[in-house]
Write a protein that binds this ligand. Structure first.
Ligand code: GLN
Length: 229
């Protein structure tokens, strides 16, 4: 049986609830992370979208910047949109501080102000064919180090990348849907058929990083399995 990892979702701002739901759907146990002590208890972490400048202020205020920097050096960490900006080594437009875990340059708000949000279907190497991607005031990955693998593209540009323990998306994978078997026109996203391939991929990264025995690891990881869909 596959182990059930405990995956933290940084819950300072942004759509952390949707990420938590997505994690349950891929057989992971979500845990909201707001403090350094909570960060200690998780096997991997998602940094959601939001506003990266606000994140920086909140991380500083909560004393979370340094612990997060340390976590992202070695532990599975997935940044989406503003989270991707926080993980990148270099940020432009304008320059700002970051955790420096992903060897990439990211340009903020790269698609212009007039395009607030966009839904695009792009190519991916994840199994299952093209992926629906929701971009919201999205950044663009404009330079990647040689150790960075591209997992999905939009018009030929990288939008989902991995470097060892780091996964980063410039879009919002918690909002992706597959069109197959989506019959309703409901405005409620939850009524549609969510596409959880990106969260599934990250959950597997976290599982692969779990120590064999679990000794010396977070106790959360060994907690009795709670309900998972
Ligand atoms: N534009 C935001 C920033 O620069 C990111 C937007 C998002 O996370 N959806 O931080």
């Amino acid at each position: 049986m596959q182990p059930i990892p405990t995956i933290g979702v940084l819950a300072l701002q942004g759509d952390y609830e949707s990420h938590a739901r997505a994690l349950e759907q891929v057989n992971a146990q979500p845990k909201m992370v707001r403090t350094a002590a909570e960060l200690e208890q998780v096997d991997g972490l998602i940094i959601p979208g939001g506003e990266s400048t606000t994140f920086l202020k909140l991380l500083e205020r909560e004393g979370l910047f340094a612990p997060l920097e340390e976590f992202a050096r070695t532990r599975p960490t997935f940044g989406t949109c503003a989270g991707c900006i926080l993980l990148a080594k270099r940020v432009t437009h304008p320059e700002q501080q970051s955790l420096g875990a992903l060897d990439a340059t990211v340009e903020r708000n790269a698609y212009g102000r007039q395009i607030d949000s966009q839904i695009v279907t792009g190519a991916t190497s994840l199994p299952g064919g093209p992926l629906e991607m929701v971009f919201i005031r999205a950044p663009r990955l404009i330079e990647l180090g040689s150790g960075v693998e591209v997992l999905a593209t939009r018009d030929g540009s990288p939008v989902l990348v991995r470097q060892k323990n780091i996964l980063a998306a410039t879009f919002h994978p918690e909002l992706s849907h597959s069109d197959s078997s989506s019959e309703s026109d409901s405005p409620d996203d939850l009524e549609r058929n969510p596409d959880r391939r990106v969260h599934r991929y990250f959950a597997q990264m976290v599982r692969d990083a779990l120590p064999e025995s679990g000794e010396g690891k977070s106790s959360a990881q060994r907690d009795p399995i709670r309900q998972s869909r």
